[in-house]
Ligand binder design. Sequence first.
Ligand code: TNX
Length: 541
Amino acid sequence: MKKTIIFILLLMQGITLVAEESNISIIPKPNSIQLSKGFFEFNENTKLYLSNDLAELKTVSSFFSELFTKSSGIKFHETDKKPANNYVGLIIDHTLEADYYELSVKSNRIIIRANNPKGIFWGIQSLRQLLPVEVESSSMRTDVKWTVPNVEVKDQPRFGYRGLMLDVARYFYSVDEIKKLIDIMALYKLNNFHWHLTDDQGWRIEIKKYPLLTEVGSWRRETLVGKFPKGTSEKERKYDCIPHAGFYTQEQIKEVIEYADKRFITVIPEIEMPGHATAALASYPEYGCTGGPYQVATKWGVHNDVFCPKETTFEFLENILQEVIDLFPGKYIHIGGDECPKVRWKNCVHCQNLIKSKELADEKELQSYFIGRISSFLESKGRKMIGWDEILEGGLAKGATVMSWRGTEGGISAAMLGNDVIMTPRQYCYFDYYQSKDKSEPLAIGGFVPVDKVYNYNPIPKELPVKFSKHIIGVQANLWTEFIADFDKVQYMLLPRLLAMAEVQWTCEENKNYTDFLLRAEQHKKRLDILELNYARHIFE
Ligand code: TNX
């Protein structure tokens, strides 16, 4: 009898615990969360205490007060003196590890503690997610009680590199749209925005020394409509007869970098070479093997016209990269390196002579020579090169970081050579693939990457000997945009898969659980609604 009562009591306790825990829906799930009874309630007298007058900490505190004031109407009084109670404290504590943060909520105060402002910023994102979803509202909400449950969060990311790539070459998105994307990344603690700025169908970054890159290369005459199976004749293809154009001025690029920087997100530019270069060649045909004329591509796929490895081409590319280096302060520059057909090089006298004079075995080694030269140039400028996994072919440049996209094999080989790797295998990380098999699903490039598949991805391959796993520095989702002509669809393809990806990037394996993720995602659905973001509904139906 006694046992039954205890059991019932335990069960009841369990139920209340579960009920309370269901209010905690932080994504990505933190390492450790301890809930206790009670809550902190914000009011007109709540102060914001900063332990330090670091400019970056002030930026973080303004981020929080702007977010909170616009929805609650409550304005914080900032102070550098620790109040006795009723405050949010942002405390820099150098005894803590670099990427670690703690968020402690008690009925009389909230404290976020980290080694640096970046950690405090992540703590703020967790606090934001503990607040009622209405905190995301862009106008004042008087119908909400601004409370946060008493909780102790101790947290730190699994991977240092947590990326998202957007292809703006196939379709262009405005600076405001890019900022919106950066905002979504910040909410889910991603920290690297990989900006795919050039491709066959468009050159999207102003380069002062070579104005034709944008005058000619930033617009295409028209675009292929829909998808055509390989082998379809040109006659059967339909084009939309609508020019597509757009590029970012250097001023706009700086604006985006600064915006991202305030959210502790590094922007990594990608300038494609030696392949995916048609837009650049249309602007400056002298850097191709045939001399052109070329036109900015109007259809998708892999194009045969690529940069010719002449001395003048290297000079051209290095001048471009110099301007890119001057704009982007981050350590990484992405140079593409993927899908470079060798047909032009095979038929080019200069390329064949170069292969002979450099004693290279074939065109694959010529590609490796090309990438090696660019890598040395970047290194001489104190930067690190990233390339897609094709840069392994013909020999991998020392110090290069590899993005493994055709699967995980490239990543495994690179890690075993001692190079750093960012995992982005298409079967888990390609958000241009379908997320549902439903017939009504909007057109996608192909493939099938539903939310659970993303969620259950473990970026450390089983086949990789443990001693090399430190070379897997992170994970990235890629959004190629051949079939994504507007920002509304960008959001649809991204959400909610990005939430699952955030957990792959941040949360340790032991804490991942798809059923639990779905419960938390349900709460985020409301957040996405208030943020007026477009998202796919499959997991919510
Ligand atoms: C392969 S991933 C590409 C892109 C395409 C993408 C479509 C990579 C390095 N190259 O050029 O847009 O597939 O999924």
